[in-house]
Design a protein around this ligand. Structure first.
Ligand code: NIG
Ligand code: FE
Length: 394
C-alpha cells in the first residue's frame, strides 16, 4: 500500500508494453526493450495513444440488494435527512424487507447486471457485503449469492458478512439479543462454511455501539474473518481508534473522524477508505482526505454502491468528487482506487498495480493522460478491459 505522500507518486512508462501469459503479467517496460522475435504466437492489443492502468478495485459495496429507494431520494431533495427517513422505517430496513422477499436467484440476477456494468466502467475487483437480510436465513442467502457470483462471473468478488448493519424490527426492543444472535449463531455458521473473508459492523448511534462492535469483530476473528468497520460516518465516536485497536484491515467512511482518530489511523496499517459518493449523494460533509494523507495514512476510495446512500458504482466519478471536493490530486485518487483499495481487501500482493507476477487486470482508457480521467467526468473512458489476461468483449 502507499501511505501519505507516497500516494502521489505513480510509476508512469511512456510507450510501454506489458506482456501477459495466461492470467498473469510476466513483463513490462519500454516498447523498444521488448524482443518481439521470441513471441510469434502472441496476440497483440495495440493501445497507441491510450492510457493503460490497473483495473479499479471497489473495496466497499452493498450491491446485492432488491428494490430501489428513489422515493427517499426525492424526499431528501426537498429537505428530509437520511437519519429522519431511517427513523421512520425507511433506509436500510426498507431494503431489508425487499431482500427478505426476494429469492436468491433474483438477488443474483440484479447483482449480475451491476457487476457487468462495473466491469465495463473499469472495476475488475469488488467487495460485496451482506447486511440486508438481518436474520440467519437471509444473511446466508445473501452471502451464498455473493459467493456463487464470484465463481460464475469474470469480476473478482470478495465477500463481507455485515449482519450488524442495522437492528431488525423484530429485535427493536431487545437490541442486545440481536448482537447475541450475531455472535452465537451467525458468525459461527458463516465462519464454518467459509462464506465471508471479512466481517464488518455499522458502528454508529442507533446502530451498534463501540462495545457491541468490538464484541462482534472479536468473535469474527475467532472464526477466521478479518475485521472492517463502518466508522465515524454520522457521528464522531472513536470508532476509527477501535478499528486500529482491533487490527482492522480498513476503516470506512470517516466523514466525522476526530484529530485523534486521524493520528491513530496514520500510525497504523488500517486503510482509511473514503466514500465520496455518499457525501455527494446525501449532502453530508466530506471525509478529511487531505488531513488523513498529510498525516501519513493510506487512503482508499470506494463507491459504497447501494440503493440508499450512493446509487452509483462509477469509480471515476468517485475520483472526480475526491479531487474537486476533498482536494486529493488525480495521482492520489488513482493510488486510492487501485493499490490502496486492493490493500483494503488484503489483495495488494495480487491486484491493484501493473507489476510482474500480478494478475493481469488492466484497463485501457481512451484519454491522452491520467489526469484526464477525473477531469472529464460523467463519461465512460474505458475502451478495453483486460480481466485475468482476457480482453473482454462487451
Ligand atoms: O455504507 N452506512 C451504512 N450503510 C450504508 C447505507 C446502506 C443503505 O442506506 O442502504 C452505507 O452508507
Ligand atoms: Fe457501506
Amino acid at each position: 500500500m502507499k501511505k501519505g505522500s507516497e500516494m502521489s507518486s505513480l510509476s508512469i512508462i511512456e510507450n510501454a508494453a506489458v506482456l501477459v501469459e495466461n492470467e498473469h503479467i510476466t513483463w513490462l517496460g519500454k516498447m523498444e526493450e521488448l524482443s518481439m522475435s521470441s513471441m510469434k504466437e502472441t496476440d497483440v492489443l495495440d493501445c497507441m495513444d491510450k492510457v493503460v492502468m490497473p483495473g479499479f478495485v471497489d473495496s466497499h459495496t452493498h450491491l446485492v440488494f432488491a428494490g430501489s429507494r428513489e422515493d427517499e431520494f426525492a424526499l431528501r431533495s426537498t429537505g428530509a435527512t437520511y437519519q429522519e427517513i431511517a427513523s421512520k422505517g425507511g433506509g436500510i430496513l426498507s431494503t431489508m424487507n425487499a431482500v427478505r422477499e426476494a429469492p436468491k436467484k433474483e438477488l443474483k440476477k440484479s447483482a449480475r447486471r451491476w457487476v457487468n456494468a462495473m466491469l465495463q466502467h473499469g472495476t475488475t475487483a469488488v467487495e460485496i457485503k451482506s447486511g440486508y437480510g438481518l436474520n440467519m436465513e437471509n444473511e446466508i442467502k445473501m452471502l451464498e449469492a455473493i459467493n456463487e457470483l464470484n465463481t460464475e462471473e469474470m469480476i473478482t468478488i470478495v465477500s463481507t458478512f455485515l449482519g450488524a448493519h442495522a437492528v431488525p424490527p423484530e429485535y427493536r426492543d431487545r437490541r442486545q439479543e440481536y448482537v447475541t444472535e450475531i455472535i452465537d449463531r451467525m458468525i459461527p455458521y458463516v465462519g464454518a462454511k467459509k462464506l465471508a473473508t471479512f466481517c464488518d459492523v455499522f458502528c454508529e448511534e442507533n446502530y451498534f455501539d463501540l462495545e457491541q462492535s468490538r464484541a462482534i469483530l472479536s468473535q469474527a476473528k475467532q472464526f477466521g474473518m478479518l475485521p472492517k468497520l463502518h466508522a465515524e460516518e454520522l457521528s464522531s465516536m472513536g470508532s476509527a481508534e477501535l478499528a486500529v485497536s482491533m487490527g482492522a484491515v480498513s476503516a470506512d467512511h470517516l466523514e466525522q473522524i476526530s484529530p485523534r482518530g486521524i493520528e491513530a489511523l496514520a500510525g497504523s496499517d488500517v486503510v482509511a477508505t473514503l466514500l465520496p459518493g455518499v457525501s455527494f449523494f446525501l449532502d453530508h460533509p466530506h471525509a478529511p482526505a487531505r488531513s488523513l494523507i498529510d498525516a501519513g495514512a493510506a487512503v482508499a476510495l470506494a463507491s459504497d454502491f447501494n440503493p440508499g446512500s450512493c446509487m452509483s458504482y462509477s469509480m471515476p466519478m468517485m475520483m472526480t468528487i475526491a479531487c474537486t471536493q476533498m482536494h486529493m490530486s488525480p495521482a492520489e485518487a488513482i493510488s486510492a482506487s487501485t493499490l490502496n483499495a486492493a490493500a483494503a481487501l488484503n489483495l495488494s500482493g495480487e491486484v491493484g498495480s501493473i507489476e510482474n507476477g500480478k494478475k493481469a487486470d488492466m484497463i485501457v482508457l481512451d484519454i491522452p493522460n491520467y489526469k484526464f480521467l477525473p477531469y472529464h467526468f460523467g463519461e465512460n473512458h474505458v475502451w478495453k478491459v483486460v480481466k485475468s489476461g482476457v480482453v473482454l468483449e462487451f
